[in-house]
Design a protein around this ligand. Sequence first.
Ligand code: ZN
Length: 212
Amino acid sequence: MLTVEAFTFNPFSENSYVIINNKKQCWFVDPGMCDAEENKAMNAFIIENQLSPQGVINTHAHIDHILGVQALKDKYKITFGLHKTELPVLSMAQASAAMFGVSLTEVPVPDWFIKEGQPLKLGDDTLEVFYTPGHSPGSISFYYPEGNWVLAGDVLFQGSIGRTDLPGGDFNTLIKSIRTHLFTLPDNTIVLSGHGDATTIGDEKRYNPFLK
Ligand SMILES: [Zn+2]
């Protein structure tokens, strides 16, 4: 059984997640630590819980979601995976760091590409991968049916949706991703978003003004 721990990092209040199995193996999702203090907080959590990091998997590559990737790759000698169609976004990382006034020492190089329909195994547990573009060209969501949650990055928020004005974003594509991949999940599925509080599929179907 997988559990999830959430952290909120960097000036963008980005949610970083640690997914943990019962053997204390873990994945980092969208680690956004932007300075020594935030890296220390993440590493302290790993040590306190005696976790064994297995890799970094990202929902997408916007600057606020990748700030902590390289530090984790260096420290734990782990791989970094994301969807291949997100590479153009990653290639703009230094430019967006400069634009938003944050420091990115090194752009993390992906070691492998995550594909839709190719399950991700953490020990005996499996995450399903949905390709959910629109907020960015290679956005993906991680669904864990047994735990009743989906980690959707910046695709869907409580009462809102991801912005579509950044390069590679597209409003209609985003709405289609949500309707096709997220709104077909059970209503009580918990949505873990890249910013803000968690919500549920049912609540967003009922109350989200962008999706009525
Ligand atoms: Zn984003």
